[in-house]
Design a protein around this ligand. Sequence first.
Ligand SMILES: *Cc1c(COP(=O)(O)O)cnc(C)c1O
Length: 223
Amino acid sequence: MNVSQLAERYHAVRSAIPPSVKLIAVSKKRTVQEIQALYDLGHRAFGENYPQELRDKQPQLPTDIEWHFIGHLQSNKIKYLGAFTRLVHGVDSVKLLDALADRAKGEGRIQDVLLQVHIAQEETKHGFSQDEIRALWATDPAEHWPDLRICGLMGMATNIEFQAQVEKEFNGLHTFFLELRSKGPGRSYFQELSMGMSGDVEQAVKAGSTMVRIGTAIFGERG
Ligand SMILES: *Cc1c(COP(=O)(O)O)cnc(C)c1O
């Protein structure tokens, strides 16, 4: 690992994003040494995709790291995420909301989550449809899941070079986010819009992202 190269990439990414946008360094498949090196440069928010990988790395790293779980989560893997998981980004089913709420309740804490919305043309990407979320909203999720706080939305755009399509998807998600925020439950914590990765961060920020998830542009290509 080349620390000066890491520092250079990190500062380039950070300075290209407005200060108000949270930068989550995606550290899936990175070693604890690489994560520690970025931590030593002052960075604190990291995102992981695989529950067991997060469980294994977390105890080897400083306790003030703010961990985000950004991958596709299966109910039977929730046990690997602990109170150290600050935010679960990719919640894509009612079953998963139920399971996360059960777990949080059992541990006597509140779990913050984002609902993943399917915005891409690819079938492989996960997420609720907008109508499914509208239906949830109508039933007051804060009352239904008192052990969860739905803090916002997350989305992944189609992985293509065609910029207009990516912009359309991000703008559409932002519009939907505003719609939900305006018609309630309107809780003060429904504030986050997690969108943007190395390849489409610029479009995401322009469309109103509050959190970007960046791996490759900071750490280099994954092996
Ligand atoms: C891997 C991953 C990222 C980061 O992707 P890069 O292209 O390396 O920046 C962001 N979000 C999710 C959900 C991912 O799985």
